[in-house]
Design a protein around this ligand. Structure first.
Ligand code: BES
Ligand code: ZN
Length: 456
């Protein structure tokens, strides 16, 4: 059968596919840091060349930020769009990496072979699973099974600032029957999954200013206001003792889980002890009246991502800082309105400011949550294809992370997103020593070939 031939081709081509992924991983396309602008451009060029080599007419398209990569191949219906992102997270703290993050290697580990390097899992390895499936299909059949659009972004890890304008300007070109997104994971590292709920994200940076300059804490300590103390008090006030977030109106639009989803999730028998144990923890620390799966998939959060001010270098300095800073993010669910929450959060901070302090805010994006309707028969077809490859029934799951484009496909283009990915919980996304299992890469490519066959 034709699918079998494609699957065999994928198996024999795995070493070459791995080499291609390694070449892409060597390009340090860190989107949030302007120092890597040329590298983001190079990663886009690499993908343009690779897709063109498959006969997919592909161009790098300029945006005010990093370029988009857009490719088209005409063919019979349905029209499928594939989305992935070629940008990666910063690598700090660099000293915690065992090797250069951009000198990827194949490593044998007790759990099997892994590809180690920044972006191996998020999202270059995942993005290449789809491209490699297409390459094998083309090699076997001389053509691809349907009309395809490739839409690869270089700003996903920095809040996708150019995405909405680009999608609006090119709406007709980017509209398809179904948008396939490869940027999520397996359930508990072993069960294939289609993600149907993603949390939204609101990013806020604040700077609290007190004295005009850093001061001697012996000379001024006690009489001068200390912005780090002010910031600490504000941050401490963002949650109550039960783990609920205290920003006024924050829970407006947070739905209770529908019975059907609750039953589905109960059937998954999530092992939260193993999930937390893997990162050295034991106790679920969110809203105390919620289950751990709810905490990560269907409840909103407020987290401090970074805090600094005063002297943090080696040794000790008796300084009373002039400024204190924090980066705070909120994960959002249901119909929580990111802009309303931003205003309410800022008002709460201003309200808590004592005399002589000022605050300024910088926004790092505001995106709502998204939920995908799975009644279209293509979902059941894809779920069956995944189950066939992994030999375990594929699950519909939530995802605590945010992938802004999923909601934009629905709201701007009216296209349903289908989120399928092969990352594992221990991939160390955004962390030192990120990896992608060879199993994820290999079976991920095979999965896409099966999904393509099932959808066309
Ligand atoms: N691939 C992740 C989303 C993800 C996280 C999937 C965890 C599965 C498990 C994505 O690239 C990501 O990290 N997104 C950012 C978005 C943000 C910067 C707007 C996130 O969720 O923090
Ligand atoms: Zn990602």
């Amino acid at each position: 059968m034709s699918l079998d031939a494609v699957l065999s081709k994928i198996d024999t081509d795995l070493p070459a596919a791995t080499d291609r992924l390694m070449a892409l991983l060597r390009i340090p396309s860190i989107s949030t840091d302007p120092a890597y602008k040329a590298d983001c451009d190079r990663a886009a060029d690499w993908l343009v060349a690779d897709l063109n080599s498959l006969g997919i007419k592909t161009e790098k398209r300029a945006t005010p930020g990093h370029p988009m990569v857009v490719g088209h191949l005409d063919g019979p219906g349905p029209h499928l769009l594939f989305y992935g992102h070629y940008d990666v997270q910063p690598v700090d703290p660099l000293e915690l990496w065992d090797n250069d993050p951009f000198d990827p290697r194949i490593e044998e580990t007790p759990k099997g072979e892994v590809i180690r390097g920044r972006g191996s899992s998020d999202d270059k390895g995942q993005l290449m699973t789809f491209i490699e499936a297409c390459r094998a299909w083309k090699a076997v059949h001389g053509t691809l099974p349907c009309k395809l659009t490739f839409f690869l972004e270089g700003e996903e890890e920095s809040g996708s600032p150019s995405l909405v304008p680009f999608m609006k300007e090119n709406a007709e070109e980017l509209t398809s029957d179904l948008a396939l997104i490869c940027d999520t994971g397996l359930f508990e590292s072993k069960t294939p999954a289609i993600v149907t709920m993603l949390r939204g994200l609101l990013g806020e940076e604040l700077t609290i200013t007190g004295p005009r300059i850093d001061l001697h804490s012996g000379m001024y300590g006690g009489v001068a206001i200390n912005p780090v103390r002010v910031l600490s008090r504000i941050i401490a006030a963002l949650h109550d003792d039960q783990g609920r977030i205290t920003v006024p109106g924050f829970y407006d639009g947070v739905p209770e889980l529908p019975d059907e989803i609750e039953a589905q999730w109960q059937g998954l028998a999530f092992d939260h002890s193993a999930f937390l144990g893997d990162v050295g923890l034991s106790h679920p620390a969110g809203e105390q009246d919620r289950t751990p799966l709810e905490m990560i998939w269907s409840r909103p959060t407020c987290e401090v991502n970074g805090i600094w001010g005063g002297y943090t270098g080696d040794g000790f300095k008796t300084v009373l800082p002039s400024e204190a800073h924090a980066k705070i993010s909120f994960r959002l669910v249901g119909t929580q309105d990111p802009l309303k929450i931003r205003e309410s959060f800022r008002a709460m901070v201003r309200e808590m400011l004592p005399e002589d302090c000022e605050v300024s805010f910088q926004s790092h994006g505001a995106g709502a949550a998204s939920v995908t309707e799975t009644s279209d028969p293509s979902f059941e077809a894809a779920r069956q294809a995944l189950s066939d490859e992994w030999q375990v029934p594929a699950a519909y799951v939530g995802c605590g992370g945010s992938i802004p484009i999923a909601g934009h496909f629905q709201n701007i283009l009216g296209t349903t997103p289908m989120l399928i990915g092969f990352g594992k919980d221990d991939d160390a996304l955004h962390s030192p020593n990120e990896k992608y299992d060879m199993e994820s890469f290999h079976k991920g490519i095979r999965s896409w070939a099966r999904v393509l066959a099932a959808l066309t």
